[in-house]
Ligand binder design. Structure first.
Ligand SMILES: Cc1cc2nc3c(=O)[nH]c(=O)nc-3n(C[C@H](O)[C@H](O)[C@H](O)COP(=O)(O)OP(=O)(O)OC[C@H]3O[C@@H](n4cnc5c(N)ncnc54)[C@H](O)[C@@H]3O)c2cc1C
Length: 358
């Protein structure tokens, strides 16, 4: 059974522009660009734009995370009505606080290094051939690029969070079309995960591309930012982007650290409002509810990741990591769970409010 999405009206790129791009709901996940069979969609100033002749196939429209079906409809399909719809965290089997046992990973990682560790195991165990990663560092001005990683070294180099949007679905397409890989670990923000599940679960979904994603790791995400956060904001407070080794957002603060661990920027996320991507405000999903396993920091102590296990695939890779002693984990604390639920609800309610206004 798939979720039916077809309508009588033709939903081509111009419709996507009207419904999503013009009202600035687009989060630049890269799905429309990735599925266009004639490569007629390009990018201008961070927005998808028509650069060739549209053949009216409608694929771009139907993979977009900002149009119907809703997150809830896809959740019902994916989790076979097992519940979770009314829960701010969605359906899950278990939630842990965890960290990698590999110090090299932890040094480079955003939080507990769980994402990088799970990717390492998935590659080494040949569960997947490659993984999608966001690559950026100070030497390149922190401009993230969505890439395909086939070795642990490549995955390690991509560890850490880049808080500017990066079209991860294009890396899935690159793995599938350019590297001819049909077994990929996909890492992405909630909107990007939603797009890949649409490919898998809806009647107009790009099934082959979606099904190449054998493991879907979702990152918690309250919002993403425009690149001007790096290119304008950091210099405006006297910080050179190349001086930053790592970023994180914790307890409502955006932080940047130098390679020796010194906290060189710490500013309330609220003050960065003008740099945030407006499309994120209509997204209700903090914890990537459609992933196999979701990872973030809210709910855990510093240096640890909060890990939400949702599917059998997610459970299997997490258990493997525990068996190999590649990660250490304990159940999330009651207090941690409470704050995770609270923040998830804040994001859900914000999206409802914004939707009502539109
Ligand atoms: C834009 C953004 C917003 C986030 N907001 C929150 C939040 O509000 N609350 C919270 O608890 N956690 C948030 N996170 C998640 C958090 O920053 C960590 O990614 C997560 O805790 C995993 O940590 P880790 O140490 O296990 O990951 P690591 O082992 O460091 O691996 C991180 C992985 O994320 C990928 N990645 C990095 N940047 C991006 C990007 N821009 N787009 C797609 N993939 C990327 C990398 O390729 C890498 O594979 C956010 C992440 C991003 C990218």
């Amino acid at each position: 059974m798939v979720v039916s999405t077809e309508t009588k009206t033709l939903k081509v790129f111009s419709q996507l522009v009207r419904e999503v791009v013009k009202p600035e709901k687009c989060t630049f996940c890269g799905a429309c660009i990735s599925v266009c069979p004639v490569r007629a969609i390009g990018v201008k100033d961070g927005w998808p734009t028509l650069t060739g002749r549209c053949i009216l196939c409608q694929l771009c429209y139907y993979q977009c995370p900002k149009v119907e079906p809703t997150l809830e409809e896809l959740e019902k399909e994916l989790f076979k009505n097992e519940g979770g719809i009314g829960n701010p965290l969605g359906f899950y089997k278990a939630i842990y606080m965890a960290e990698s046992t590999d110090e090299k990973i932890k040094f480079k990682a955003a939080n507990g290094g769980v994402v990088t560790t799970l990717l390492k195991i998935a590659l080494e165990d040949r569960l997947v051939d490659c993984a999608t990663v966001a690559v950026a560092d100070g030497s390149e001005g922190w401009m993230p690029e969505a890439k395909v990683a086939s070795t642990f070294q490549e995955v390690l180099e991509a560890a850490g969070s880049k808080y500017t949007y990066c079209p991860m679905v294009t890396a899935l397409a690159s793995a599938f079309y350019e590297y001819m890989r049909s077994s990929v670990a996909f890492v992405g923000t909630p909107c990007q995960v939603l797009s890949v599940r649409k490919m898998q679960l809806t009647s107009m979904g790009h099934r082959k591309l979606g099904e190449a994603a054998k493991l879907i790791i979702g990152l918690f995400c309250m919002e993403n930012f425009n690149y001007s956060l790096i290119s304008e904001f950091l210099p405006s407070i006297g910080v050179k982007p190349e001086a930053v080794f790592k970023f994180d957002i914790s307890s409502g603060k955006f932080n940047a650290y130098s390679e020796n661990g010194e906290n060189i920027v710490s500013i309330s996320v609220k003050e960065l409002e003008k740099y945030s991507r407006s499309g994120c405000k209509t997204c209700p999903d903090l914890t990537a509810r459609l992933s196999d396993v979701s990872v973030g920091s809210i709910g855990s102590k510093p240096g640890f990741s909060t890990v939400i296990i949702r599917t059998d695939v997610g459970e299997a890779i997490f258990k493997k990591a525990l068996e190999l002693k590649a990660i250490r984990a304990e159940e999330i604390s009651e207090q941690g769970l409470k704050s995770l639920i609270r923040v998830a609800k804040v994001k859900w309610d914000r999206a409802e409010r914004v939707r009502e206004k539109v």
